[in-house]
Write a protein that binds this ligand. Structure first.
Ligand code: NAD
Ligand code: ZN
Length: 278
């Protein structure tokens, strides 16, 4: 039996039981939109003569040391994301929400906002690592989010910020320094900014977990994968052209399905199965 026909019968029984679905996505789903993942060679960032990895740049420690360099990195990445459009994988996930309605939640590690552009709703999307189109106060004078000001346009790689841009990145509340609205590697998940408890709670009740383009290097997604892998009746699917821990969990699970392929190719086929057996 091919993986697709195995999945078809699993989906059919899930439909009868009105089961809940979690889609968990990582940088891989946006790779076909031209946004580099953190593992690729484009991940490096030069400061002076030194090269830094994303795991070093995306930290509170680096921001305390050199906030404008970290802002410069984020504004460059935001420029790349603004030029990108959702691909077939994003549209398939949006269609799945349309089909399943309130039985569906999306948990994404991506900060590029492409899922929302493709049509997933904010209500049913947990952006557990934030969204780089927003900023917030470093001093937490307010816990609100502010869109990155429209005056900040295209930023090239390693292009320093102008004084006008630095002023625009001040907190609208207290005029102190603002920061990108993203979870850094040396910070902890929380509910208010990242909806971490809601994500865990939904995933725990789910009957199907579809993991897409995730390397498994972050703690909350791994925790979700492990919770589902301990539920013998849950369906566990991994979509990723490369080996990763979710693939291993799916292989070891009686209702596990593994697609070793690109998400833009596989997800439309997976969603077509749902449409077919409606
Ligand atoms: P990652 O960069 O660590 O891993 C990406 C994964 O995607 C890999 O396992 C790779 O094999 C897989 N992949 C590559 N091309 C694919 C494709 N076409 N289809 C399916 N899978 C594909 O990403 P991660 O696991 O999401 O975690 C690292 C952190 O990177 C997260 O905190 C995330 O916020 C951040 N990040 C986000 C973006 C974005 O928002 N687009 C981009 C880079 C990094
Ligand atoms: Zn403030």
């Amino acid at each position: 039996m091919t993986e697709l026909s195995k999945l078809e019968s699993l989906i059919r029984s899930l439909k009868e039981s009105q089961g809940k679905v979690t889609v968990l996505t990582g940088a891989g789903i946006s790779a076909e939109s031209g946004i580099p993942t953190f593992r690729g060679p484009e991940g490096y960032w030069s400061v002076g003569s030194k090269e830094y990895r994303p795991e070093q740049m995306a930290t509170r420690a680096m921001f305390s040391l050199d906030p404008w360099e970290v802002w410069s990195w984020y504004l460059y990445r935001r420029t790349v994301c603004r030029k990108a459009s959702p691909n077939g994988g994003h549209f398939a996930v949006a269609r799945l929400e349309e089909i399943l309605g309130d039985r569906f939640r999306l948990i994404t590690q991506n900060v590029d906002g492409l899922h929302l552009l493709a049509g997933n709703t904010e209500k049913r999307t947990f952006q557990i690592h934030g969204n780089l189109h927003f900023m917030r106060c470093t001093a937490a004078c307010t816990d609100g989010l502010f869109p990155i000001p429209a005056s900040i346009g295209v930023k090239g790689r390693n292009q320093p910020l102008t004084q006008g841009e630095k002023d625009a990145l001040r907190c609208p509340g207290c005029r102190g320094l603002s920061r990108p609205h993203v979870l850094w590697f040396d910070e902890f998940y929380d509910e208010h900014f990242y909806r971490a408890s809601s994500a865990i709670q939904w995933a725990t009740q789910s009957d199907l977990l579809l993991v897409v383009g995730t390397a498994g290097a972050t703690t909350l997604p791994m925790q979700i994968g492990e919770i589902l892998s301990r539920k013998p009746d849950a369906v566990l699917i991994d979509v990723n052209p490369n080996p990763n821990p979710f693939q291993e969990l799916a292989r070891a699970h009686p209702k596990g399905v593994v697609f070793e392929a690109k998400s833009g190719e596989v997800l439309p086929k997976v969603v077509a199965l749902w449409e077919k057996s409606r």
